[in-house]
Design a protein. Structure first.
Ligand code: GBH
Length: 473
């Protein structure tokens, strides 16, 4: 790579967050409960029984968040809207809450006044509880029109100023963690000791995913037909997906690696960008995988203007697992020679491995041929949550993670020719890490949860300097 390689001047970079993970103020200004309020309030569902009641108090402290982003030189901020602040009961015939609209409208104005481009996620997992109670939320096809209506309310209220939209964040996590493993809201699975109210891990995740894809596509259709001509923005979905490499060169592990990628990524990306579910998933699931009608397929195929990519790690894949949501494969970070793939994070599922980040960018660019927006990427330093502040802010493992991945991103652009338009670090702040509570910290900013004091970590300074040096003027 030439030392002069730079990202284009309009490259968007900044940080990502999500409403329930940062906002707090869960009863303010007419907000109604989401499935995450309900799930987190049940005993044993989150670490230390904690929830998003306070989080980083970003609903109240929104001006501080904007000032922080500005101090970091961020060009853009990715955040999500809370459905139950905007339409408390959620449905298409339910009232819109003007106070919720006003909050986000003021926030968007504040970002723009600070020169920061808003990138807005419409749904990041906090479904209005009422829709779950009414018809089972994502399990029922009524969600499609209710979601599309909610999205239209957002386009109408904010689309004059918001030109970058994401429909749903990581539909895989909603389907698998919420309706198969039961470790995320609404906590459904086949195990009645964990989910007494019902659930079927063998069928529900595939139905939920199908409805998510249709809801996303319906929202995009409305945007393109009714709003895009005047508002001229872009809209897409963002998918989680970690790079997979065969554990060794055996044919069965090479095949398993593609099965793992199909289930992690192709499950959603193939219908949306290519127009069909992966053949490996049809073979695995048979009639349990829902089918699209021709009309639905026409709606779904091509329903994203770009590839939204959330990624964290790389896995080594072995054939022979028992979990269908991993394509009946197993994964490990331990190579055949016993060494570890990368530096271990606080979460068991995350190790740093920059070559995998570059390989994934290339795989997605070649397979789907869409501009890529990296919408999340980040690292939780091991044991950071129990370190004193002075040590926690010297987050060397996180600096190394970002350095490796940003160099990989630049190489993917400058040497491999991938079309990459954004990079968002997860996250601006330490925040509510879902079932893992507050001990796992992903922020480039340390949050003292007793005082809500924000303290920049070394990684925030590193990223600011890196983009200053690597984005064309
Ligand atoms: C993102 O998900 C989320 O968008 C964000 O809200 C979250 O805070 C952030 O990552 C950090 O976790 O061991 O089988 O349970 C990341 C994608 C996919 C990573 C599921 C964890 C757990 C797999 N996640 N994975 S499992």
């Amino acid at each position: 790579m030439s030392a002069m390689s730079k990202l284009p001047a309009d490259f968007l970079w900044g940080y990502a967050t999500a409403s329930y993970q940062i906002e707090g103020s869960t009863t303010a200004d007419g907000r109604a409960p989401s499935i995450w309020d309900t799930f987190a309030s049940k005993p044993g569902k989150t670490l230390d029984g904690l929830d998003g009641t306070h989080a980083t108090e970003s609903y109240a402290k929104w001006q501080d968040d904007i000032a922080l982003l500005k101090s970091y030189g961020a060009k853009s901020y990715r955040f999500s809207l809370s459905w139950s602040r905007i339409i408390p009961k959620g449905g298409k015939d339910d009232p819109v809450n003007d106070a919720g609209i006003k909050h986000y409208s003021d926030f968007i104005d504040g970002l723009l006044a600070a020169g920061i481009t808003p990138f807005v996620t419409i749904y990041h997992w906090d479904l209005p509880q009422e829709l779950h109670d009414r018809y089972g939320g994502w399990l029922d096809r009524r969600i499609i029109d209710d979601f599309a209506n909610y999205a239209a309310v957002c386009f109408r209220a904010f689309g004059d100023r918001v030109k970058h939209w994401l429909t749903i964040n990581e539909p895989w996590c909603v389907a698998v963690l919420g309706y198969c493993v039961g470790i995320h809201a609404p906590g459904r699975c086949s195990d009645r000791t964990k989910s007494p109210e019902g659930g079927d891990s063998a069928t529900e995740p595939w139905i939920v995913a199908h409805n998510e894809i249709l809801a996303h596509a319906q929202a995009v259709k409305i945007y393109r037909e009714q709003f895009k001509p005047a508002q001229k923005g872009q809209i897409g979905i963002t998918l989680n997906g970690d790079w997979c490499m065969p554990w060794d060169n055996s044919p069965e592990n090479i095949k398993a690696t593609q099965d793992a990628l199909d289930t992690a990524i192709g499950w959603f990306a193939d219908p949306i960008y290519l127009g069909y579910y992966p053949a490996s998933m049809k073979a695995m699931l048979g009639a349990r995988l829902p089918e699209f009608t021709p009309a639905e397929l026409a709606l779904v195929h091509g329903s994203s203007d770009f590839y939204g990519m959330n990624t964290y790690t790389t896995k080594l894949i072995k054939a022979g697992g028992t979990l269908e949501h991993h394509g009946l494969t197993d994964s490990t970070f331990t190579r055949p020679d016993g060494t570890q793939l990368g530096v271990q994070a606080h979460c068991s599922w995350l190790q740093a491995y920059a070559p995998g980040f570059r390989a994934l960018l290339n795989y997605l660019w070649k397979k789907y041929n869409m501009p890529i927006y990296v919408t999340e990427n980040g690292f939780a330093v091991k044991d950071e949550g129990t370190k004193p502040l002075s040590e926690a802010v010297e987050d060397t493992d996180r600096v190394n993670y970002y350095q490796g991945n940003l160099e990989a991103l630049l190489a993917a652009v400058a040497e491999d020719g991938c079309d990459i338009r954004s990079y968002y670090g997860w996250s601006l702040l330490d925040n509510f890490e879902w079932g893992d509570g507050y001990v796992t910290r992903f922020g480039v900013t340390y949050v003292n949860y007793d005082t809500q004091e924000r303290v920049p970590k070394a990684s925030a300074r590193f990223i600011a300097t890196w983009f200053k040096e690597h984005v064309a003027a």
